[in-house]
Design a protein around this ligand. Structure first.
Ligand SMILES: C[S@@+](CC[C@H](N)C(=O)[O-])C[C@H]1O[C@@H](n2cnc3c(N)ncnc32)[C@H](O)[C@@H]1O
Length: 248
């Protein structure tokens, strides 16, 4: 096994700003959402579960709670792995014993025929087309034939106009944490700028930004890519998800 410390570039350095604010501003909502969307599939897993792009582990924790099999959390970003590991540290020993954290991209992950459920929550939309296609192939390698893939699809089209919205704010002691997202169409992609602010007694005391890119993709192209990687699209268990089975 190569244990050389990898150079921190690309996916490894992403989320360097957002990781600090992620759970505070999104944790409660995303945990409830993960329960609604993934509990039934997790309960049915008999071999293993892959959480690709595990982030801070909000979805991972739901998968661990409701599955009875090993859970693989794949997360390349060092900033996101810090709260991920902290969350795993709080699990009961038996649950923690079923989790493996892979500090790499799914393309570099050595899983082969190891899981019968793969979940990609809020992750595929942020992949450029070549990374997305490589991801389908990596997931096909990790799953056993007949295994189920559940994922959030990218938006179908870029929006025409600049849009903005806010995440629900949260309080920590005297401070109010908030995030504003501005989405700007740029050629074929959406540029998202997250601006995080902390106010104390009405005064702005911190402001930080992080930028992301979303690649809108037609459902037909996603279907074609899935088929090329060996998947057959099937009806999803939730209207916000897409699903596919790995062919034998
Ligand atoms: C928006 S976050 C979603 C985190 C988590 N799934 C959730 O819903 O809370 C997307 C995550 O995917 C990870 N990611 C990006 N490219 C990846 C890749 N090629 N393989 C695995 N994870 C990746 C990022 O580091 C990030 O933590």
């Amino acid at each position: 096994m190569d244990i050389t410390e990898p150079a921190l570039t690309g996916e490894a350095t992403a989320y360097g700003v957002s990781a600090e604010f992620y759970d505070l501003l999104q944790g409660d909502r995303d945990r409830e959402r993960a329960r609604r969307r993934f509990t039934a599939a997790a309960r049915r897993a008999v071999l293993g579960v892959l959480d690709v792009g595990a982030g801070t582990g909000i979805v991972t924790e739901v998968l661990v709670r409701f599955a009875a099999v090993p859970v693989h959390a794949v997360e390349p970003s060092r900033a996101m792995r810090t709260p991920l590991i902290a969350r795993i540290a709080r699990l009961h020993t038996a649950e923690r014993g079923r989790v493996t954290v892979h500090p790499c991209t799914v393309q570099d992950c050595p899983l082969h025929r190891a899981v019968d459920l793969a979940v990609a929550a809020n992750m595929i939309p942020c992949l450029p087309p070549d990374r997305r296609r490589a991801t389908w192939h990596a997931l096909a390698d990790a799953l056993v034939p007949g295994g189920l893939l559940l994922f959030d699809p990218p938006p179908e089209h870029p929006t025409r106009r600049r849009e903005q919205w806010c995440l629900p704010s949260a309080h920590v002691g005297p401070d109010q944490y908030s995030a504003q997202v501005v989405s700007t169409p740029h050629e074929e992609v959406q540029r998202l700028r997250f601006t995080y602010r902390v106010h104390r007694a009405g005064q702005l005391i911190r402001e930080e930004h992080e930028d992301f890119t979303v690649w809108p993709t037609s459902p037909a192209l996603i279907t074609r890519e899935l088929r090329e990687a060996g998947f057959t699209p099937v009806p999803a268990p939730h209207r916000t998800l897409r699903a596919a089975l790995l062919r034998a």
